[in-house]
Design a binder for this molecule. Structure first.
Ligand code: DGT
Ligand code: MG
Ligand code: MG
Ligand code: MG
Ligand code: MG
Length: 260
């Protein structure tokens, strides 16, 4: 094929490769979602519609990229773990990040109405993305534990914060005052505060808020319509959305294939 004299510019390109034989964690995060959640009147501290929309977007990503073995989401972020032996896009970093972020962002707009109903989308949402390679099973488990621990810390804080800010007796004068009180409290003091002042048992709040969302593929019996028009039950790979603990070993003992 004839080449133009401009062809040499291709030589300037570089294609960083994500280290072979490592788990790849791609984490996407909403840009400026502090403002985005205000503009769209998200419920505080957790908007279940918005969280479910995030889960739908992650499911859409995982349906497209079957090398993703597990997804974990909270707030405006999602982590996708790609298997160690994956050859997705020859492990080219920019291809992998940009395609995952792009699929996620377009899904956010595509599925917005299904979850947010009459709330109109005021401007196009933006997500950033990064990839980190983790060589060992211990490292990748610790990565996921780190994110889930973060969910817990943030959710406990945010639950206190918004109850205090929206206190019916308006005993706290400003968000700043609430921040100042909370910064000197540990986790058990926050639990105690919720219980004594607002009669809220933190452990009884929805697991989706406390533990985030865990997505993985699993075999499930699915009822389908067969050729003869009758219902048949078939075993199919589906993406499961769970809100379970992934810090302890129980989940991993139950699903040893995920990170094998
Ligand atoms: P960034 O990521 O540096 O561009 O900045 P932000 O503003 O996206 O901040 P980030 O990612 O650290 O924190 C997520 C923000 O999104 C945080 O302000 C709370 C908000 N957000 C996420 N999910 C919900 C929700 O369900 N309800 C409400 N009210 N806010 C939420
Ligand atoms: Mg951020
Ligand atoms: Mg963000
Ligand atoms: Mg975030
Ligand atoms: Mg092209």
């Amino acid at each position: 094929m004839a080449k133009s004299r401009f062809e040499y510019v291709k030589g300037f390109e570089n294609h960083p490769i994500l280290l072979p034989n490592t788990y790849i964690a791609v984490r996407i995060d909403g840009r400026g979602f502090h403002q985005f959640s205000k503009e769209h009147n998200f419920t505080k501290p957790n908007d279940v519609r918005a969280l479910n929309l995030m889960n739908q977007c992650a499911k859409s990503v995982m349906e497209e990229y079957t090398d993703i073995v597990i997804g974990y989401g909270e707030s405006d972020e999602f982590s996708f773990i790609i298997s160690k032996n994956s050859q997705l896009y020859k492990r080219r970093e920019s291809k992998i990040i940009s395609c995952i972020v792009s699929r996620f962002s377009s899904s956010y707009v595509f599925y917005w109405k299904d979850f947010m109903g009459d709330v109109s989308l005021k401007y196009p949402p933006v997500f950033d993305g990064r990839a980190v390679c983790y060589p060992s099973l211990e490292n990748i488990r610790d990565y996921l534990s780190w994110r889930q621990a973060d969910t817990h810390i943030n959710n406990l804080y945010n639950t206190c914060f918004w109850l205090m800010v929206q206190d019916p007796s308006q005993k706290y004068k400003s968000e700043k005052e609430v921040e100042n009180i909370l910064k000197d409290t540990n986790s058990s003091q926050k639990n105690e505060l919720l219980f004594s002042q607002y009669n809220v048992n933190y452990a009884k709040l929805p697991e989706q808020f406390r533990k985030g969302s865990v997505l993985y593929s699993d075999k499930r019996n699915v009822t389908e319509i067969g050729k003869n028009g009758k219902e048949v039950v078939r075993s199919r790979r589906v993406i499961v959305i769970d809100h379970c603990d992934i810090i302890g070993k129980e989940f991993w003992e139950k699903h040893p294939h995920i990170l094998k």
